[in-house]
Ligand binder design. Structure first.
Ligand code: ADP
Length: 144
């Protein structure tokens, strides 16, 4: 199985991840690994809420996110790195951990935005769950 570096991208934060993208590229090059990018579109969480949306609404959302990210990846990632995009729906932290296990990832590179004093958390909830639960190394890249 090929070595892999996993970079999760919040579909709402594509413009804020340049520093993490650079790190993920460096890590993939140093390890001669593939770069796998995962984005998770949150699900409806509740079947009753889901019943109010047309059946293909989620598929359309996934396709739109896929298209936007593919464009971003083409611009950012050097052509010599094998790159694969995964678009899933569900709970972001759970899907990130699941994908890291499935790929047997060597490393997860995860961005972290600056948090205010009010929530007192130094990293966000998705990033902290990933750090807690991942069985591989996790590189948290801060956006200052
Ligand atoms: P922050 O406030 O720093 O954005 P989060 O913990 O919510 O804190 O997010 C940190 C990182 O977790 C994101 O930059 C992204 O890498 C990952 N992440 C969060 N939500 C998603 C998602 N829906 N799909 C993929 N990755 C996500």
């Amino acid at each position: 199985m090929a070595k892999t570096v996993l970079l999760p991208i919040d579909p709402q934060e594509q413009n804020l991840i340049d520093a993490a993208m650079k790190q993920a590229i460096t890590q993939a090059q140093e390890r001669q690994a593939e770069l796998h990018i995962l984005t998770v579109v949150p699900g409806y969480n509740n079947p009753m809420v889901a019943s109010y949306f047309p059946q293909n609404a989620m598929e359309q959302a996934l396709d739109a996110v896929d298209e936007k990210l593919t464009e971003y990846i083409e611009k950012q990632v050097p052509k010599d790195i094998l790159t694969q995009l995964h678009v899933k729906s569900g709970n972001p932290a759970k899907e990130i951990i699941k994908m890291a296990k499935k790929l047997n990832a060597e490393m997860i590179v995860i961005p972290s935005n600056k948090h205010g004093r009010i929530d007192q958390a130094l990293i966000g909830s998705v990033a902290s769950k990933v750090v807690e639960r991942a069985s591989c190394s996790v590189l948290v890249v801060r956006n200052v």
